[in-house]
Design a protein around this ligand. Structure first.
Ligand SMILES: O=P(O)(O)OC[C@H]1O[C@H](OP(=O)(O)OP(=O)(O)O)[C@H](O)[C@@H]1O
Ligand SMILES: O=c1cc[nH]c(=O)[nH]1
Ligand SMILES: [Mg+2]
Length: 207
C-alpha cells in the first residue's frame, strides 16, 4: 500500500496546534479545516484531467476539468470536521457518510450510519477521518466502498499509527494513504502515541 506523508512546514505547524492539549474545540476545528485543505490538495495531485477550450478576454487556450469528480466520505464524527473544506476545494464532489464509534473495551468499530451511493464503479473515493489507529474503522469503511464497486480509494488522515497502516495493507483493498504524520504506535487503550487524543471529542466534546 502506498503511504504519502505530507511533510511540509505549514502542515506541521497546524498539526502541532491539533496535538497541543491546550487547544480548545474551536482552535482544534480551525486547524483541522486548514490542514485538510493541504492534505486534500496533495491527495489530488495525480488526479486525471480533461482539457477543453477556454476563452480568455484575450485568446482561446487550454482549460482543464477533473475527469472523474470524486466521492468524499467523512467518517462520523471526527471526519465531519474535514468535509466542508474538502468539498469547497472540489465543488463537483459528491458526499457520502459513514458513522461508527469504537467500543471502548474491545476497540472494535460499532457502525451506526451508512449513507452511500449504490454503485461506486469508476468513482475515486476519498475517505476523510483524522485518525487511523488500529485501522478497524477505516478497513470497515473501505469494506463498504469495495462492496459497492469502488476500486480507487484514498484514506485522508491527519495522524496514523503503524498498526493502522499495517491493517490497511493487510486488508488487500485498493487503497492509498495520505497523512500528515505516522506516529510511534498505540497505547493500551488503542490511542495513538503521541497522537492528539480523541479527535471527535476534541472537536465536539465528549460523547
Ligand atoms: O483505527 P481505529 O482503531 O478504528 O480508530 C480510529 C477511529 O476512532 C475515531 O473515531 P471514534 O470511534 O472515536 O468516534 P468519534 O469520531 O465519534 O469520536 C477516529 O475518528 C476513527 O474513526
Ligand atoms: O488516538 C486515537 C485513536 C482513535 N481515535 C481517536 O480519535 N484518537
Ligand atoms: Mg472518538
Amino acid at each position: 500500500m502506498n503511504t504519502h506523508v505530507v511533510d511540509h512546514p505549514l502542515a506541521a505547524v497546524l498539526l502541532t496546534t491539533m496535538r497541543d492539549a491546550r487547544s480548545d474545540n474551536a482552535t482544534f476545528r480551525a486547524a483541522l479545516r486548514r490542514l485538510t485543505h493541504m492534505l486534500v490538495y496533495e491527495a489530488m495531485r495525480e488526479a486525471p484531467v480533461d482539457t477543453f477550450d477556454v476563452v480568455t478576454p484575450i485568446a482561446t487556450t487550454d482549460g482543464v476539468r477533473l475527469s472523474h469528480p470524486p466521492l468524499l466520505v467523512p467518517v462520523l464524527r471526527a471526519g465531519l470536521g474535514m468535509v466542508e473544506q474538502a468539498s469547497s476545494l472540489i465543488p463537483q464532489a459528491r458526499v457520502g457518510f459513514v458513522g461508527m464509534a469504537r467500543d471502548e473495551d474491545t476497540h472494535l468499530p460499532v457502525p451506526y450510519l451508512e449513507s452511500l451511493p449504490a454503485d461506486l464503479s469508476g468513482i475515486p473515493v476519498y475517505v476523510l477521518d483524522p485518525m487511523l489507529a488500529t485501522g478497524g474503522s477505516m478497513v470497515h469503511t473501505i469494506d463498504l466502498l469495495v462492496a459497492r464497486g469502488a476500486t480507487d480509494v484514498t484514506a485522508v488522515c491527519v495522524v496514523a499509527a503503524p498498526e493502522g497502516v499495517a491493517a490497511l495493507t493487510a486488508s488487500g483493498h485498493p487503497v492509498r494513504l495520505v497523512t500528515a504524520a505516522v506516529d510511534e504506535g498505540l497505547n493500551g487503550d488503542a490511542f495513538i502515541v503521541p497522537g492528539l487524543g480523541d479527535a471527535g471529542d476534541r472537536q465536539f466534546g465528549p460523547r
